[in-house]
Ligand binder design. Structure first.
Ligand SMILES: O=C(O)C1=C[C@@H](OP(=O)(O)O)[C@@H](O)[C@H](O)C1
Ligand SMILES: C=C(OP(=O)(O)O)C(=O)O
Length: 436
């Protein structure tokens, strides 16, 4: 598919539900006794993989004609032995969080995934979960396919996170839910806190203490009883990132994006783009279902190159690919560092982005832990392709945005991965006036 230079983007849109919150809504609802109700669930392939796995372990999950999801849970400790392998597709979050859930149940499960997921490291979760008593037989390099056996009762863990990862933190918390006693996690660099908020919302006894240096200490009392909830999932800021950058870059644009999640642990991209000179207004700030939300008004802007603080990384980890596109149109050089984690996402996002940017005429240097990008100062990019997306939805959507500010268009080799996190992406861009 080819995305070509767009006229000014205009209109009001909403993006699909938050992927991180959607996964957690299904998992926690499946552990509550009684019926939970989820509105705004992301119906992307990654979340549907989580739904299928929770069904395979005993939860009753359905969707009504109004698009509301209803989950009848089995109770903490009540998950059943799945009869077939759990097929995780492209989804790292499903895989790692479900490993945590299973770790404290006496069940055996096999995890499989697509070619991208099968390359991603799992030691970061199998190591702490082994200390809680689970056992793993993984493919070489501690990768999928992998079979695990949980232990009940599991051993509660006291653990300092060696990597800034909400997936690792959440896997341990989910395992701790069914372990007798207190699970304690020391998080030196804060990451998205949806698990903590939602666990508390479901009635778990969870405490967070923030120390003067920013380290968070999270304690969770196990053998919790979760109460069913009615959940409203806000729009995904990681999906909103694409129309935000598109509207900043396409001259003359002005758009509104309604109901975007603005949790501070996720809002790093907005901070970065504003520091580059981006015109982004937040209207109607409010709280929905325990999460801060607002409407964004984004106007075309002349951006300046930047050297962002690497400490921003966890709060915009999935947004770097599209931030690199913004940098490619900015005035001057941008230097991004401290991003080694991008090498273990759906693709190696530093290499994939550097190769793709070069293919469309951008001067870019790849570093061990980042990239240096020379901006065009607002001039259209040359364009080209086909861009190799390597089963990575965020690469596909980032280069689609680049196509809207290119002379000859940008061709994407495969748009199918977009369905993992952002069904309707191309139609939504078209509704704003973009050309695809
Ligand atoms: O917990 C989550 O929902 C996620 C955490 C992040 O991964 P890491 O924990 O590996 O950084 C992020 O990249 C992913 O898209 C979703
Ligand atoms: C890294 C991502 O997801 P996951 O780890 O769930 O595959 C992402 O959505 O960018």
């Amino acid at each position: 598919m080819t995305f070509t230079a767009a006229p000014p983007l205009a209109g009001s849109i909403a993006v699909p539900g938050d992927k991180s919150i959607s996964h957690r809504s299904l998992m926690l609802s499946a552990l509550a006794v009684g019926e939970s109700r989820i509105e705004g669930l992301l119906e992307g392939e990654d979340v549907l993989a989580t739904a299928a796995a929770m069904r395979a372990m005993g939860a009753d999950i359905g969707r009504d004609d109004g698009g509301i999801w209803h989950v009848h849970g089995v109770g903490v400790g009540g998950l059943l032995q799945p009869q077939t392998a759990l097929e995780m597709g492209n989804s790292g979050t499903s895989t790692r969080l479900l490993m945590g859930l299973i770790a404290s149940h006496a069940i055996t499960a096999t995890f499989t995934g697509d070619a991208s997921l099968s390359k991603r490291p799992m030691a970061r979760v199998t190591e702490p979960l082994s200390r809680m008593g689970a056992s793993f037989t993984a493919s070489p390099g501690e990768r999928l396919p992998l079979t695990m056996r949980g232990l009940c009762p599991a051993v509660p863990l006291d653990y300092r996170l060696p990597v800034a990862s909400a997936q690792v933190k959440s896997a341990i918390l989910l395992a701790g839910l069914n372990a007798p006693g207190v699970t304690r996690i020391v998080e030196p660099i804060p990451t998205r806190d949806h698990s903590e908020r939602m666990l508390r919302g479901f009635g778990a006894e969870l405490n967070v203490e923030t120390q003067s240096d920013g380290t968070r200490i999270i304690t969770l009392r196990g053998e919790a009883e979760l109460r069913p909830q009615s959940i409203m999932v806000p729009g995904d800021p990681s999906s909103a990132a694409f129309p935000i950058v598109a509207a900043l870059l396409v001259p003359g644009s002005r758009i509104t994006i309604m109901n975007v999640g603005l949790n501070a642990t996720r809002a790093g991209l907005i901070e970065l783009l504003r520091a580059m000179g981006g015109d982004i207004l937040i209207e109607n700030p409010r709280e929905v279902g325990g999460e801060p939300v607002g409407d964004l008004i984004v106007g075309a802007s002349s951006l300046k190159g930047i050297e962002p603080d690497p400490a921003l990384a966890p709060s915009m980890i999935d947004e770097y690919p599209v931030a690199f596109i913004a940098a490619a149109l900015a005035e001057g050089r941008s230097v991004f560092r401290g991003l080694e984690e991008l090498r273990v996402k759906e693709s190696d996002r530093l290499t994939t982005m550097a190769e793709g940017l070069r293919a469309i005429g951008v001067t870019v240097e790849e570093l061990e832990d980042g990239v240096v990008i020379e901006g065009s100062g607002g001039a259209l990019l040359a364009g080209g392709g086909p861009i190799a997306t390597k089963l990575d939805h965020r690469i596909a959507m980032s280069f689609a945005v680049a196509g809207l500010v290119s002379r000859s268009g940008v061709t994407i080799d495969d748009m199918r991965p977009v369905a993992t996190s952002f069904p309707g992406f191309t139609a939504l861009l078209r509704s704003l006036g973009a050309m695809a």
